[in-house]
Write a protein that binds this ligand. Structure first.
Ligand code: F6R
Length: 239
């Protein structure tokens, strides 16, 4: 795993935005895998800026988001659908037909997961997957456990993730208990992966990621099986 050590969050965001911009410049019709959360916000705002300055063209880019709460309405301002349009897609010249986000409104989550996995395959797979990391090492909504699912699936959130995400909801009871998420196999099939980490709260998870040991109790450690992963982390996350 390559490690890019950054001074702070701004530098993490800048490095990540440059890598995404380079990918889109090299392959204008590339497929990007995208996360939500607080960590990628700085990267998204820099990509928006580069797009406004005509330094990056998203018109032929296809995107697949990692995950979505279930059940949740797309108009709910806590849905990942809402988050992605609000923080990124509404501000760039992407073709809206090329945007894919697991549908939290579905009445048939198993069918939704199967068709999402098939759509990634049909698009030729993900060229560059951008990831954040949970405090417990989760990737997407692949939570620590006795086993990990390989493909896109419906999952139950752990109490620690519900607690971490409750900061965005009025009360912890409003946090959905389930999610649709790409599996670790889906993620590991990506041609290239960057994983962003910022802040002390991520340092334990990052330490375990870098230990070289692979355990289902920290899903991020599975990334050690991939040949092209770059961790972009600030000093606090690397403590
Ligand atoms: C969200 C996702 C999650 C987040 C993780 C870190 O799409 O995939 O795994 O990356 O929960 O979230 P933040 O960045 O808010 O600390």
């Amino acid at each position: 795993m390559r490690i890019i050590r950054c001074k702070n969050y701004d530098e993490v965001s800048e490095v990540a935005a440059r890598i995404v911009a380079a990918q889109v410049t090299m392959k204008p019709d590339c497929v990007l895998g995208l996360p939500t959360g607080s960590t990628p916000l700085g990267m998204y705002s820099r990509l928006i800026q580069k797009n406004k300055e005509n330094k990056i063209d998203f018109s032929n880019v296809t995107t697949f988001n990692l995950d979505e709460y279930f059940p949740i309405s797309r108009s709910n301002n806590q849905s990942y659908y809402y988050f992605m349009f609000e923080n990124f897609f509404n501000h760039i010249n992407i073709n809206k037909e090329n945007i894919h986000i697991p549908n939290g409104e579905t009445t048939d989550p198993e069918a939704e997961c199967a068709s999402y996995e098939a759509a990634i395959e049909a698009a030729g797979g993900i060229d560059l997957q951008v990831l954040g990391i949970g405090q417990n090492g989760h990737i997407g909504f692949n939570e620590p456990g006795d086993f990990l699912e390989s493909t896109t699936h419906i999952t139950t959130l752990t109490q620690s993730t519900i607690a971490a995400n409750s900061r965005f909801f009025e009360s912890i009871d409003d946090v959905p208990k389930k999610a649709l998420t790409s599996g670790m196999g889906t993620i590991l099939k990506s041609k290239k992966i960057i994983i962003l980490a910022s802040g002390k709260a991520k340092s334990e998870a990052v330490k375990s990621l870098l230990s070289g040991k692979i355990t289902t109790q920290n899903p991020s450690t599975m990334l050690n099986l991939h040949k092209d992963v770059t961790l972009i982390a600030d000093e606090d996350a690397l403590l």
